[in-house]
Write a protein of this length. Structure first.
Length: 88
């Protein structure tokens, strides 16, 4: 549902930047230790690379930046719910 929502957002012109800025270790939300260098560091990944990582490699870390296209995780979750309902 994440990828379908992102593809729809791209088609609708809601993703205008070719890259997304995000925390390097955003995927480590489960309590894994973080290095001091990672606490404030951001990285830029291309929309294409993140989609490939999420779809082909089933990488949750590649899916973690997508809520930024909506503003926050709650709004993105609402977008996914709406897309699922609209898709039947």
């Amino acid at each position: 549902m994440t990828a379908e929502t992102v593809f729809h957002a791209i088609k609708q012109g809601e993703v205008s930047s070719p890259t997304i800025s995000h925390q390097r270790n955003a995927w480590r939300k489960g309590g894994a230790p973080r290095g001091l260098d990672d606490v404030c560091s951001l990285q830029q990944d291309s929309v294409d690379d993140l989609l490939h990582g999420a779809i082909i490699h089933s990488g949750n870390d590649a899916a973690s930046p997508w809520p930024k296209i909506a503003g926050n995780e709650r709004i993105f979750a609402d977008m996914m719910t709406k897309r699922a309902r609209d898709s039947g």
